[in-house]
Design a protein around this ligand. Sequence first.
Ligand SMILES: Nc1ncnc2c1ncn2[C@@H]1O[C@H](COP(=O)(O)OP(=O)(O)OP(=O)(O)O)[C@@H](O)[C@H]1O
Ligand SMILES: [Mg+2]
Length: 292
Amino acid sequence: MPLLTRAPAGERRAAGGNLGPVTDFAIPQPLTSHGPARVVALCNQKGGVGKTTTSVNLAAALAEYGRRVLLVDFDPQGAASAGLGIASHDLVTTVYDLLMGSDVPTKDVILPTSYENLDVLPANIDLSAAEVQLVGEVARESALARALRPIEDDYDVVLIDCQPSLGLLTVNALVAAHGVVIPLASEYFAMRGVALLVDTIKKVQDRLNPRLTMDAIVPTMYDARTLHSQEVVERVREAFGDRVTDTMIHRTVKFPDATVAAEPILSFAPAHAGSESYRRLARELVARGAVA
Ligand SMILES: Nc1ncnc2c1ncn2[C@@H]1O[C@H](COP(=O)(O)OP(=O)(O)OP(=O)(O)O)[C@@H](O)[C@H]1O
Ligand SMILES: [Mg+2]
């Protein structure tokens, strides 16, 4: 049963009004056919910058717009699975088994969520062993790409929620992906480490996955009341220009509240400005061609 109810239009406009956007992005056209998916990795080796929150809520917003979405939980913490209400710690088969070349078909590991159009490929602590175990394997960087290939025609968008590292698992995500989206917290030291991340993306482009593009940098945890947040975003825009999305995700306690409730903010508080900002991000990424 779909739980991601759309708030009435008037309410949505009121909520969006707080965000101060001058322009808006068109509501995406309904899709008449589905697949093959564009695969997008959400990466930043810095911890706690909003990767999982962005993965879960972007997935939910795209599902609301009628896209068939698969969220790949690629962090042994299982936060993306939990964020969609899937308790993954007791699961017998997870993305880990697919990486390890198990005979289980990928579609049998994917779980439906309580949200229409939104499935999850779950992860749990088992995944923490994969990094070491993959090292000795042939084509160790393309284990995730191999696992996703059989189901890519079933979805319009596959989002990969990466763990905070630039290790072999993240390289696997970059090899499986068509595009990368970088959530960047609007706070001091946000830029620290971004050069290394961009360098890693370039190396993967050169050596393993020439189709990979850096689609967008999304300012998260933006606090309009502080000059500091504004200055950080200005610096990020100077450095990365158009790659930085017009949509910024503001800092609000509703996000941790939704995390505790194990729900996307889009179902936890559908009319909240935080929900509207992820809907807007979804529209912007569709307009940019980053997703279907
Ligand atoms: N815009 C926001 N405003 C306030 N809190 C937020 C916002 N976005 C995320 N949070 C909260 O900040 C914490 C970290 O966010 P999240 O888990 O999405 O980051 P992450 O980059 O995935 O972290 P990790 O690197 O550990 O995987 C969570 O408690 C989340 O609820
Ligand atoms: Mg996370």
